[in-house]
Design a protein around this ligand. Structure first.
Ligand SMILES: Nc1ncnc2c1ncn2[C@@H]1O[C@H](COP(=O)(O)OP(=O)(O)OP(=O)(O)O)[C@@H](O)[C@H]1O
Length: 295
């Protein structure tokens, strides 16, 4: 078990920010945390990292309570850039972490090369752009090669080139056996790195796997829509919409082959077809509405 979050609740005064949040990460992979501004994403990540105390609930990291003093060695938490010191260099920041984590200079340089910060480590953070700060934070998070990596908005402020680099890095880390929990507002990027999404709504979690078959639709254009409707119903394949010659079907567990066979068996010709997989943004709109999607 990489991470277990069990019954976490947190209020600030009368405001119920998190209500009985429970989820686990059992194996290496990427899990995204999504919700509108102020929905409690940072509060939840801060609680997991033991920076904020919950009112109720337990967090265990790699099988041990997150409150144990040396737990900071086991996982990394990338917060926003307010944790950086403007008057120190990037190297100073990494040296501090290396001292605490008992790492050496080679570890620092390897992480800096990997993330692309090596060229400006000797500059003071006050001279960094938003994207450079973001990359330094990421270097600080990966330098100890953690098994569990928690990232709060890792793509903030990155230009497309660096966003692609970070995306590839996340996918590489996953392949190397890292479990990653990240919050992000960039739903298109989430679709590119994972289908596992936790949506935070009104203090409660909705766990979704966006790559499941319920998120997959086929839009078929057929020569005889009435006969096709009957054939698909008989085959137990649900039709969610019918407009003229176009049928939208959700085959569920049924394969696309079965769908074609059901039609072909009755001599119905499929003139055109399109596969549509709903992503994080579609699901976000359905849960939070159009307004929230513009946040
Ligand atoms: N220390 C605190 N004291 C009082 N209220 C707080 C505190 N920290 C957070 N809150 C409130 O809790 C709610 C959730 O805040 P949080 O920062 O966790 O949201 P978020 O989902 O990370 O938002 P964003 O996407 O804008 O970063 C907000 O209404 C915020 O005002």
């Amino acid at each position: 078990m990489m991470l277990s979050v069990e019954g976490i609740s947190k209020s600030y005064g009368k405001q119920d920010v998190l209500h009985d949040i429970t989820f686990t990460i059992k194996e290496p992979g990427i899990l995204a945390l999504v919700g509108p501004n102020g929905s409690g994403k940072s509060t939840l990540l801060n609680i997991i990292a033991n920076l904020v105390k919950p009112d109720r609930g337990e967090v265990t990291v790699l099988g041990r309570p997150n409150r144990e003093p040396d737990m900071f060695r086991k996982f990394s938490y990338m917060q926003d850039n307010t944790v950086l010191y403007e008057y120190l260099t990037g190297y100073d920041h990494l040296q501090f972490i290396a001292a605490v984590q008992q790492l050496d200079k080679d570890d620092i340089l390897a992480a800096a090369e990997r993330i692309g910060t090596a060229g400006y480590l000797d500059k003071k953070v006050s001279n960094y752009s938003l994207g450079m700060k973001q990359q330094l934070l990421l270097t600080m998070a990966v330098v100890n090669k953690p098994k569990l990596l928690i990232l709060d908005e890792p793509l903030n402020g990155l230009d497309p080139t660096n966003a692609i680099k970070v995306r590839n890095l996340l996918l590489e880390l996953k392949e190397e056996g890292t479990a990653i929990l990240l919050s992000s507002h960039n739903l298109a990027e989430i679709d590119r790195v994972t289908g596992d999404v936790l949506f935070l709504k009104d203090g409660r979690l909705l766990k979704e796997n966006l790559k499941t078959l319920e998120q997959t639709f086929y839009v078929l254009t057929v020569d005889d829509p009435e006969a096709a409707e009957t054939a698909l119903r008989l085959a137990g394949i649900p039709i969610t919409e019918k407009t003229g010659a176009k049928l939208t079907v959700t085959p569920g567990d049924a394969s696309i082959n079965r769908l074609f066979l059901a039609l072909d068996g009755r001599g119905i010709a499929v003139l055109d077809w399109e596969k549509i997989v709903l992503g994080a943004e579609d699901r976000y709109r359905a849960l939070f509405g159009e307004q929230a999607a513009k946040d």
